[in-house]
Design a protein around this ligand. Structure first.
Ligand code: PXP
Length: 249
């Protein structure tokens, strides 16, 4: 890619999702490994922000983890949450830098699909407004679908996070959908993030999308850290992202 002043390459941030540090901690019911200590190590290794998902069932991150993340980590905190009254109240109290609203079903292993913003606009709009009025950047986790992007802009979100799960699974045509969705969202004035299922091997084409300014990555980084350590894993992911962003991939 040639860099031209007319189309400057935007900075690409890495948000590290530390949910699965809490998953391991909770397996034994104690305090180790501590997700807040992991967040500190991630920031020291080059993470630009920390993402944590407070699920309704508290299966990994708990309320006390979020409070400590907010108090002890200087980097921006992105709270993932369902669009429920309980979660909005917690966010308004916590005041994270950003909230990423995701669909949530108790039985799912992870966030399986994007939010149906177009179908649930009436219920989502007042919650987005309440968070926005509290100074929290609101991101909606959506599939790369034109109707969902348009609805996200209409209800006043600042950001869309594009769900890269189907791309990561190798679904044919999914990269093209992401490419078009990123351009559509950017043209609609939305900041564009992406995440889910990203690894060293598949992050490059997503990092190369010029409108995408933030990737949120969790499971692969925490899993790979078992072999290489968190700092080396984050460092290598950053290098993969930067190489793709700068056209060396
Ligand atoms: N972004 C969102 C909105 C998510 O729900 C998740 C999974 O919690 C991620 C990013 C990170 O996905 P993964 O853990 O597969 O990297």
């Amino acid at each position: 890619m040639t860099l031209s002043p007319a189309f400057p390459v935007r900075a690409l941030r890495l948000g590290v999702n530390i949910d699965h540090v809490a998953t391991v901690r909770n397996a034994r019911g104690g305090t180790h490994p501590d997700p807040v200590a992991a967040a500190m190590a991630a920031v020291a290794a080059g993470a630009d922000g920390i993402t944590a998902h407070l699920r309704e069932d508290r299966r990994h991150i708990r309320d006390a983890d979020l409070a400590r993340l907010r108090a002890e980590i200087a980097a921006p905190l992105n709270m993932e949450m369902a669009a429920t009254d309980e979660m909005v109240a917690i966010a308004l109290d916590l005041r994270p830098h950003a909230c990423c609203i995701v669909p949530e079903r108790r039985a799912e292993v992870t966030t399986e699909g994007g939010l149906d913003v177009a179908g649930q606009a009436a219920a989502l709009a007042p919650r987005v407004r309440a968070l926005r009025e509290a100074g929290i950047r609101v991101s909606l986790f959506v599939d790369p679908d034109p109707a969902q992007i348009a609805a996200s802009a209409e209800i006043g979100a600042a950001v869309v996070e594009l769900h890269t799960g189907a791309y990561a699974e190798g679904r044919v045509g999914e990269y093209e959908r992401l490419r078009r969705a990123a351009a559509q969202a950017d043209a609609a004035g939305l900041e564009v993030h992406a995440g889910h299922g990203l690894t060293y091997g598949n992050v490059g084409p997503i990092a190369a999308l010029p409108q995408v300014v933030e990737l949120n990555i969790g499971h692969f980084l925490i899993g790979q850290a078992i072999f290489d350590g968190l700092a080396a894993t984050i460092g290598r992911m950053r290098a993969c992202m930067d190489a793709a962003r700068n056209g060396a991939d």
